[in-house]
Design a protein around this ligand. Sequence first.
Ligand SMILES: Nc1ncnc2c1ncn2[C@@H]1O[C@H](COP(=O)(O)OP(=O)(O)OP(=O)(O)O)[C@@H](O)[C@H]1O
Ligand SMILES: O=P(O)(O)OC[C@H]1O[C@H](OP(=O)(O)OP(=O)(O)O)[C@H](O)[C@@H]1O
Ligand SMILES: [Mg+2]
Length: 299
Amino acid sequence: MTVLSLVPLRFVSKEHVQMLRIAVPNKGTLSRPATEMLREAGYRQRGDDRDLVCRDEGNAVEFFYLRPRDIATYVGSGDLDLGITGRDLLFDAGSPAEEILDLDFGGATFRYAARPDALSSVDEIGGRRVATAYPGVVERHLAERGLKADVIRLDGAVENAVRLGVADVIADVVSTGATLRQAGLVTVGDPILVSSALLIRRVGAPANGQVGQLVRRLQGVLVARRYVMLAYDVRADLLDQATALTPGIESPTISPLHREGWVAVQAMVLRGDVHNIMDELYDLGARAILVTDIHACRL
Ligand SMILES: Nc1ncnc2c1ncn2[C@@H]1O[C@H](COP(=O)(O)OP(=O)(O)OP(=O)(O)O)[C@@H](O)[C@H]1O
Ligand SMILES: O=P(O)(O)OC[C@H]1O[C@H](OP(=O)(O)OP(=O)(O)O)[C@H](O)[C@@H]1O
Ligand SMILES: [Mg+2]
């Protein structure tokens, strides 16, 4: 770790700050949610979808917009410090880069599929032709199972490969399953992997204060998206029952109310649970139950 990385950025004159270099998907499913998340975390992002670079001088970060498939290569080689890419693309690249944070978007499974009557299990893939745009993932998966198959690398639209007689099986990203259905294919076996967008860095990269700050900001966005703030008033003798419903992340905040025998409670709750919790609190006797969004946080 350099001495500079220990000093908060605002105390260091700008010409001495090393710019952190981050790869962001320039196109495809991950592109928009990645730039939105970085914006929510307080970083400047490109104004035009064709821009290839964006410097955020205030935060000492430089963003490079690259094909998501290439991002693990740039990060694994150490040419860029961090990157945002999919878990499936990271595994496919096989470069020495690793996940440091799951960003909770771009979720999809990666699976085998074939004609409904063609295969009953993954073991039957041995000796067949498998079309995929992710040969690294497929070859490793087959090797782990001791299966030998002919892996055919295609660029996209791989679902057509069976129809066109190029392959017996495909391995591809499945989200809604609509593309598979349209091509008359069904999944074979369990998912090869469950993917989502990740923040990645080079394996063995030294600890760095700037990276730590970026990770905390992104974690703040994740928490702000997952949680809401719930506030309510409740009789003091019901407080234990009420706080069992709203334990918060560390502990709920309890404040006295002017009204004798009542207290106000504030706690973070999961966004998806909030309506059930509000119903239960109301039934318990809590009143003035209010929900507010969290815009940013550091826990
Ligand atoms: N419905 C989806 N289709 C494709 N990729 C998806 C989907 N949902 C999530 N992803 C993830 O997005 C990444 C693939 O992005 P990439 O930009 O390479 O392909 P794409 O979004 O299909 O764009 P395109 O094929 O137009 O280049 C993978 O990590 C994949 O798991
Ligand atoms: O399960 P679904 O919701 O149908 O989504 C999955 C499909 O979407 C992607 O294709 P894309 O449109 O990106 O075309 P591509 O195959 O040329 O990349 C992916 O490769 C699958 O084909
Ligand atoms: Mg695609």
